[in-house]
Design a binder for this molecule. Structure first.
Ligand code: PBG
Length: 320
């Protein structure tokens, strides 16, 4: 008999043979920054997550630093939206001011800037719209402008989440031409048209006002296409690739990691967070153990980077 249980007899033995661990340095914490002053708005569908105005960010930055979190992902919510997402590439926009503030207040934090137009457009789509079509090539210059603008504000990593074709190449050359050749691109490579983004769209006020995102985000059924998206983004200049959402797509995390050899990020999205919080609030699951098990699963699947709203709690639990 193969006695597999010999290696499970005690915690010491188990930890000796443990194959996967989650480190605090793997975690990225998303932050929502909203135009205005004195604001700390709770997101109803994401307990524990708030929209902060810039003047209220400092306390949150301290919490992040004290937890030992080293990287954050910034989403800005502008006061003014229009058809062409003007605030997305305004050097004085809320996102740019937030990044400058964070880089001054916490220079050691790695700032990843989400680059997409949906929070900034009146129609809520991730690109320019003509009639009911979301335009691809016409959107690329605006994404490039936004990328350069957030880089100028101090963003260390540019993370395009729009899913337009060719955006990584366009953003890479715009960054290079403007003296930001050392700023990395983390591409949301395989981003699926998922129903798990609902709570985020409340938080970022970015729900599309008509239609859906299925003409640009991926069909959840497609595996080979997801791998093509990853390879294409790498070919266009991505330094890091991402699979999003996490839980229903861990097969692709493994495949992308094996296939490309690039560091793979996974985005444990808002709906996944909301489900855990709701079940935990009802006393139906043990939140801490469930979260740590999920994060371990993501690491075991091959993710190097985990973007998660659980990051602050998880960091505390990992220290215990
Ligand atoms: C912007 C963007 C979205 C998310 C990250 N960047 C929403 C969307 O595509 O509608 C979702 C993140 C989450 O659900 O936590 N395009």
């Amino acid at each position: 008999m193969q006695r597999m249980r010999r290696l499970r007899v005690s915690e010491t033995m188990r930890s000796l043979v443990r194959e996967t661990s989650v480190d605090i340095s793997d975690l990225v914490y998303p932050i929502f920054v909203i135009e205005g002053a004195g604001i700390k708005n709770p997101i109803e569908s994401m307990p524990g997550i708030y929209q902060y105005s810039i003047d209220r960010l400092e306390g949150e930055l301290n919490r992040i630093k004290n937890a030992g979190i080293t990287a954050i992902l910034i989403f800005g919510i502008p006061g003014r939206k229009d058809e062409i997402a003007s605030e997305a590439y305004n050097d004085e926009g809320v996102t740019q001011r937030a990044i400058r503030f964070i880089k001054r207040a916490a220079p050691e934090l790695l700032v990843i800037a989400d680059v997409c137009l949906c929070e900034y457009t009146s129609h809520g789509h991730c690109g320019l719209v003509r009639g009911d079509e979301v335009l691809n090539d016409e959107t690329l210059p605006l994404l490039s402008k936004m990328a350069v603008s957030v880089a100028r504000a101090g963003a260390d990593v540019i993370a395009p989440s729009d899913m337009m074709d060719g955006r990584v190449r366009a953003i890479r050359s715009a960054l290079d031409e403007n003296g930001f050749s050392c700023r990395a691109i983390m591409a949301y490579s395989a981003k699926f048209a998922s129903s798990f983004y609902g709570p985020f769209r409340d938080a970022a006020q970015s729900a599309p006002q008509f239609g859906d995102r299925k003409t640009y985000q991926m069909d959840p059924a497609n595996r080979k296409e997801a791998l093509r998206e990853c390879m294409q983004d790498i070919e266009e200049g991505a330094d890091l690739i991402m699979i999003k959402p996490a839980m229903s797509y861990l097969d692709l995390v493994r495949e992308a990691a094996d296939l490309t050899g690039y560091p793979v990020a996974v985005y444990n999205v808002s709906g996944e967070y909301a489900m855990v919080k709701a079940a935990a609030a009802n006393g139906w699951i043990d939140e801490k153990r469930v979260v740590l098990e999920m994060l371990t699963g993501m690491k075991r699947a091959g993710a190097k980077i985990i973007i998660t709203y659980h990051a602050l709690d998880a960091a505390e639990w990992l220290k215990e």
